[in-house]
Each structure stands twice: as C-alpha cells, then as structure tokens.
Design a protein around this ligand. Sequence first.
Ligand code: FES
Ligand code: FE
Length: 438
Amino acid sequence: MSTFVNDDREMPRFQVNRSAMVDPEVFALERDKIFNHSWLYIGHETELPKKNDYKTRKVAGRPLVFARDATGTIQVWINSCPHRGAMLCREDSANARFLTCFYHGWSFSTAGEMVSMPGDDAYGEGFERPGLASPAKVDSYRGFVFVSFDPDIVDLKTYLAGATEYIDLVCDQSEQGMEILHGTHEYSIKANWKLLVENSMDGYHAVSTHQRYFEMVLAARGKLDPSALADSRGIDLGNGHAVIAGAPATEGLFGRPLSDAGAEERAARFDRFRELYGDGWVDRMMGNRNMVIFPNLVIIDLVMGVVVRKIDPISPDYMEVTAWELAPPEEGDELRKQRLDNFLTFWGPGGLASPDDVEALETCQTGYAAARELPWSDISRGMNKDINSTTDELQMRTWWRRWNELVTGERLPVETKAPLDEMFRAERRHRSTESTNA
Ligand code: FES
Ligand code: FE
C-alpha cells in the first residue's frame, strides 16, 4: 500500500494520508515528480491581443514571460537575464518591442534574440551572444497555452486526453473564439494546494458550505431546485484529469440573473449552435461543468460564468490562486453585465462563495496539525456505485491516483463504472481544428 493513498476496493474505501498536506518532503517530491513533468497552464492567447504584448507569470516557481512576438507568435521566456540573472520584465503586463535588462542593459527582442549589449567591444570577436531561455516545451489547445519543463513529455493533446472534449464544450460557446476578460482575481489561501484541487470539483459541499449563496440565488430567481444536481456525473477523463458535469437541467441552478434581458440573445446564439453542432452536443454545452486538468488548472463553467483558475503551491500550507473569466466576445451588454456580476459575487475573493471555500480549506489545514493522531482523510463517496454523480468523489480519486502514481511510482487501477448515458456522450457534429481558438 502507498504511504499516501489507501485504495481499498473490497470495502470499498479510499483514504488520503494527511502527511501529504503538511510534509515539506512531500512538497519537494511534488515539485520534482509532478511540476517538472507535467504540462502546466501559463495563460490564454487572448490575453496578448497585440504584437509585442507580454505578461509576467510564475509557473512551478519559475518566473516566466508570456509574450506575443513581433510576428504574432506566442512565446514563453524565462524571466531572467542570461547575463547575470536579473529579472528582465518587472511589470505584470506591458507592450514592448525590446525586453531590456535594467541591470547592465542587455536587450532582447520579443522573439528572444539578443538585440544589443552595451560596450560589446569588451567581448571577444567569437563571443556567442546568448538569446533568452525558454521552457522545454510550449504548446496550446484552443487558446489555452501550456508549458512543460520536461523535454520528453508526451504532446499536449495526448496529455490532455479526455479533457479536450470538455475544453471544446466551453470553447464552442463563441462563434468568434472565447476570450479572457480584462482583470483577474488574485488571492491566497493558508492551506495545501491539493485542497483547492479537491474543492474545485466537489459537488458534495455545495449545499452545506454555500447555503447562504443558494438562499440569495433563490431570492433572486424565485425558484431553485438542487435535486437537478442528481442528474450529473463525475467522470474520469484520463491522465488524472476529471470533471463533474451537469445535465442541461442544471442550467438555472447558479448565478444571479440581474434581469431577463439578454435571455433572448443567448437563446438565439444557442439555436445557431444547434444547427452547427447538433442537438446532443449543444444540450451538453448548456449544462455546467467543473474540470481539473492535472495537476493545477481548473476550468469551471456554471453557465452564468466560466472561470479559469490556476493554483500555485507556495509551501505545504500556503497557495496562491489566480482566476480569470472566459467569455464569448460577441456577447451583448446585458449578458456581459450579468457575467461580470456573477464572476464577482460568486467567485470573487470577497464574493458570496469563495470566502466560504477558503474558510473550509483553512480549517482543514488547521486540523492537519493533528495528522499524527488522525492520519487519514476519506474520499470514498460513490465508490460503491456504478454511476457517480457530482456529489460523489470519483473525480477526486481519479486525480489522487495520478498524483500517487507520479509521487510514489505505484499505479492503482481505474474504477470501472457503467458507461455514460447519451446525455454525457453526445459528440459534436462538426469538429473544428483543435489548435485554433475559434
Ligand atoms: Fe542583465 Fe546584466 S544581469 S544585463
Ligand atoms: Fe465551493
């Protein structure tokens, strides 16, 4: 049995050892075995609309520059000068033809080539001028850009496995290509990063943790039927990725509709999608979904908003979180207003839901100080069932088994479940090319 995961198929029971949430050695192992060998999200292509736009980002502890060069190509550079290491770009975002180091003035193009070095006659004729360094791999799927520090990793699409289908369900919601809206939510949580991974696809906690939020939605909508959640599934997407997906009936469960205006526009857009993609696929699009792409990217589509969330482990008991809103650019003012309101009031760090989650996670972490006396957490829900719903925990077990495989080398078999019914299987009629954003 693994030190960290007890996957008992007989009882059945699935437990995770709390040492995985507190032990600095486990944290170091994760850095090496997981974050040095996965595809990691850096940002979305639409965050760099113009040539020579850049953003500075941290991925797996590395300072990076996420840029669009002068030819329009997406580039990722290590944000450290090849001279003696100073940070090249110190702004969160900017537009610049040259990335110039403030320390001694070495300057580079956004394509990573050296442009000038002051006093270069003091270097020999044959001196090889260094360019910028980059992560081993950079690739994108439908506008989502990932990097990997492992030169031997499988290609991004193979890595994403079944997650591509759920990215498609989100990205197909725009005729022009979904875009990241201006502005981010940035917050930190005094808890282990894996707790937010679990929480991001945990349907079980919704009613109890977010009772106040649902009361508010009930007051705003006049009706609310959480039993619709029963028509939902927890799904293993392969390679540690997992999703909880709601049927179209869950469409009206979340969000604060400020007014009915906009409903018609939205319905018309989805009618056009029906012609384009077929009913089965559009029915799936209209449901909601919380997906975790292993290890630390979350995409949550609750119809009233789509959140892209990047979780960064900082220490065993501390994480940083960045969240962006993804939206169809063609959306009218009213729908956009509602979307932004929901992005703030549901997901915002001072909203009506996220602070409750933060509180839950931080109290878990506090409890883990007694990990020696109470070593195991339980993630067994639904293990005895053939069909797993949103309120079961199959999706978390899926993620943990991949975590366990990478950290310990022990591969645990997947859970065999009943095949998904048509509502969760329907395919898109026309598949667009996977590497474009539109
Ligand atoms: Fe950048 Fe010297 S460290 S120019
Ligand atoms: Fe929550």
